[in-house]
Write a protein that binds this ligand. Sequence first.
Ligand SMILES: O=P(O)(O)OC[C@@]1(O)O[C@H](CO)[C@@H](O)[C@@H]1O
Length: 592
Amino acid sequence: MLFCVSQAPDYEPTLPVSEKTNPLTRDIDQASASSIVKMLKACDTQMFQEGAGRTYQRLFSDQVITTMMEVAKRVEVILKDPEDSLIVLSGCGTSGRLAFLLGSGFNKELRKMNQNPIYFYIIAGGDRALFSSQEAPEDDPHLGTLSLKKICEGKKRVLFVGISCGLSAPFVAGQLEFCLQHPDVYTPVLIGFNPAHQARDEHIPGCSFTFCSVVQRMQEFAKSQKAFLINPAVGPEAISGSSRMKGGSATKILLEIVLSAAHAATFSHTPVTYKGILQHMRAYEATVDMTYAQSEGITTLVEAAGQSLRCGRSVCYLGWGSLALLALIDASECHPTFGAAYKDVRGFINGGYRDLNNSEGALTSLGPEFGIAHEDFLHSFLPSLNDQDIVLLIYTHSDDVSEVVKLARRVREKTSNLHAVYHQSDGDPAASLQQEDISKLCLSTLDFTWSSSASGCLLHMWELSTKLVLNAVSTGAHVLKGKIYRNHMIDVQVTNSKLYHRATRLLQKLSGCPEPQCEEVLLKAVYQVEELSMDITSSDITRHTHAARNTTQVVPLALVCLLTGCSLMEAKSHIKRQPIIREAVAVIIDMS
Ligand SMILES: O=P(O)(O)OC[C@@]1(O)O[C@H](CO)[C@@H](O)[C@@H]1O
């Protein structure tokens, strides 16, 4: 994959920050649950490292805070005069899911004040991508443009926020390019976590622009505030390239600060200030610290979830409100990141689609993985539950805690492996008796008590905290299951061009073979053939990534072939004998 690198960064110079390996987690695959949590804590703490003297902008950089203020003021203008206006949040995968979460949350705020909703979300692949992995649409810039045009038809003013953690998704590049062509209506804002010069510079089929060239034009437009870039580096991900983790957290932090500041300026006469933004950022930093202060409790969950996955059983999140949405988001990422089956990590939300307000409505007819309500859990999951499955209750004191107690009792009849993650603010004794009941039913309870006087919206802090806990649980559990090699996604799906290039790069790194050879073997694994036909070699990446949707363990198979020179058939039987991918690969790497 090409990136326009004009300044040589310290290490892995050809890779942007979001794709680099993090030295802090080099040995995460060999670590105990408690060391895994320590490493994740160290990685998340990196988000807030100050930038003085560094090459890259960071969250606290002057430029970042200033641009956040400018964008907040644009939002304020729209909130004060919403006629014919829209604020659109768009992204692929986790970035699109967070667009949905944020848009829904801030629309809810508006409704509470009898205002019309103004936020719209776009996710590549449509609503099914909210709860399942749909990687291919990320590569389609035309689809991005079309979906934007469709929802903005007839509008006179649109603030478009394109989120691409790696500054890489063609879907978002297409939308930004469209905005730049229509500056009379559209003001584009780009959120991502690489310096601008590291934006992806790979040719996009059918387009005259790349993500990098779009970023360069945005930088030009930014000089006259016709476009905005908010792109601090937050350090490499704990699992290389897994931007659902810090990338997702930082997206949530940045946008919540910007939108909250605009809402406060519009509805509570609190002007947008530099100091206010800074203070809000500090509140998120404190939230990360507060969360990891309970590392022991998080470790217990990681250990238990890892145990469940290791014996082929499930991790099940039973959540309430927006925390449940974060659980659904976390679960949906496990397939592309770890090659997990949808049953491995499942999320359920009270009220199901009824309360979600997603634009396409209920998706239950699409298949069992789209059954996301607690009722679906009761009908399809509960009957086969046993002690090897772990169930996590995720809620706050503002939810109907008596419902939590009821559900906890039902679960407890089937499994003792029940745990709770619970948020409350200090001085709220109302739910404490019921909470005691729940704690008695659970093997462990992570009880977060937050100071109600802290700055920032408590719900936003609870959400971030929950996201960190769940990311730790699902990542840690898959690490313990052997789904990570060093700190790489060894079983990554190659279902879009970014993942395809990531896989080729990983094969090169681990096998030491040249790129063409790695790609050749990768293709053999994708198409499940021992020899590549002309038809295959003359096809483009789009076809390869399409074919990859139907195959599993592509990268492990290719790696075994590269390291041993064996056939695909032999590689398959090797992996069958040693189904723990990390060990299957480690054995051969140690021998070679
Ligand atoms: O466009 P971005 O935000 O850089 O990347 C989006 C994405 O490819 O990356 C994530 C995981 O790596 C997925 O959620 C999603 O599909």
